[in-house]
Design a protein around this ligand. Structure first.
Ligand SMILES: *Cc1c(COP(=O)(O)O)cnc(C)c1O
Length: 392
């Protein structure tokens, strides 16, 4: 993260967080230590050392999640965890029924898995949230049928920060003996969850969303009768056959350190996010035609997504440089399609296209926020001056 060069201001932390220096140090020490980088599957000393460090990291992640480390499987990230959880669990329970439920505002890694299962013959319900981005629990109850075996609803939305009530959703599922999966890539490490006491069966985690390295994640799976996944890959016996392949020791060690730091810091970090969110929104809210996308009543404050009338979004993002922000979502930024998440909240194409997502991290400063406010005001003033009539 070239934070210090080019006056770059990084407000795209929901896409990936700047890695913590303690994580880098631990990973570098691992890569430099020939004693440890044996193959963790090998029975020799070097392999056993590697496996030892991997299990220490697994325990650190388990501590963060308040669960037993046997419930955790290493993956390459939340995309893989979502696929393994959704496709794996739907197939595992397919003899009981082939109806599965999700929401239209999920991450593409969830929606893609559901699309795939639909082609495989599963029946899919995609619930539309209310205009605040929140799932209506009555809609969920209504959608559940005798054949329903899996519900997947995310915790914190990556575009808006809107936070679903996963405790209530999970309870509804548990009452009906339906597996509940949640994509928690945006909340783990930021919002404390006690997984042993929550009605959650499967949960996806990504290290690079909370100051860890990219390319490593985990799937939490509750040990219980009827809760399981059919693997997506076949080969070795790593991760109890659920996810074969040589484990990337340095990545996992870095992930463990990120989890350890999160346990120490997430409460303080949350206060930092609230302060940054307030400062930025206070600086923007008086601009005529500006509005927040997604409720602020149930929202992770590390993300602020705003739309504005009379302004073209793509020009806006270019004028905002050197701010690094996202228009809608990092995954949508390469095409000019309005964000499907904002469309599902009932936003018009123009509103959705003008959206900017600001997302913070614990190193974001007041000064950076103040520059952001100034830049945004300037850009909007300029674009409104030159805007064609149909935008205004
Ligand atoms: C980033 C993200 C993912 C994908 O995680 P990777 O580890 O990058 O594969 C999935 N879901 C949500 C909500 C995310 O924010």
């Amino acid at each position: 993260m070239k934070r210090t060069t080019d006056n770059l201001i990084y407000l795209d932390s929901a896409a990936t967080m700047p890695i913590d220096q303690k994580v880098v140090s631990a990973m570098t020490a691992c890569l430099n230590n020939t004693e440890v980088i044996g193959n963790p599957s090998s029975l020799n000393n070097a392999g056993r050392n590697a496996m030892h460090d991997i299990e220490i990291a697994r325990q650190k992640l388990a501590n963060l999640l308040h669960t037993n480390k046997d419930n955790l499987t290493w993956t390459s990230g939340a995309t893989e965890s979502n696929n393994l959880a959704i496709i794996g669990a739907a197939r595992f329970r397919s003899h009981l029924g082939r109806h599965i439920i999700t929401m239209a505002t999920e991450h593409k890694a969830v929606l893609g898995a559901f699309d795939y299962l639909e082609k495989e013959g599963f029946q899919v319900t995609r619930l539309i949230p209310d205009s605040n981005g929140l799932l209506k629990l009555a809609d969920l109850k209504e959608a559940i049928k005798k054949e329903t075996q899996l519900v997947s609803i995310m915790h914190v939305n990556n575009e808006t920060g809107v936070t679903q009530d996963i405790v209530k959703i999970g309870s509804i599922c548990r009452e009906k003996d339906i597996l509940f999966h949640t994509d928690a890539a945006q909340s783990i490490g930021k919002i404390s969850l006690n997984l042993d006491q929550l009605p959650i069966d499967l949960l996806s985690i990504s290290a690079h969303k909370f100051y860890g390295p990219q390319g490593i994640g985990a799937l939490y799976m509750r040990k219980a009768a009827g809760c399981g996944v059919i693997p997506l890959h076949y080969g070795g016996e790593q991760e109890k056959w659920i996810r074969p392949g040589t484990l990337p020791v340095h990545q996992i060690i870095g992930f463990g350190v990120a989890a350890e730091l999160a346990l120490e810091r997430s409460e303080d970090d949350y206060l930092i996010m609230q302060d940054l969110h307030k400062r930025l929104w206070d600086g923007l809210k008086n601009i005529p035609g500006i509005e927040i996308n997604g409720t602020i009543k149930s929202k992770y404050p590390g993300i602020l997504n705003v739309s504005i009338s009379g302004v073209d979004g793509e020009s806006l993002i270019l004028l905002l440089e050197p701010l690094c922000v996202a228009n809608g979502s990092a995954c949508n930024s390469k095409n000019n399609e309005p964000s499907f998440v904002l469309k599902a909240l009932g936003r018009s194409d123009l509103q959705a296209q003008s959206a900017i997502r600001f997302s913070f991290n614990r190193n974001t400063t007041h000064e950076e926020i103040d520059i952001t406010i100034e830049k945004y005001h300037e850009a909007v003033r300029y674009l409104r001056e030159i805007a064609p009539d149909e935008l205004v």
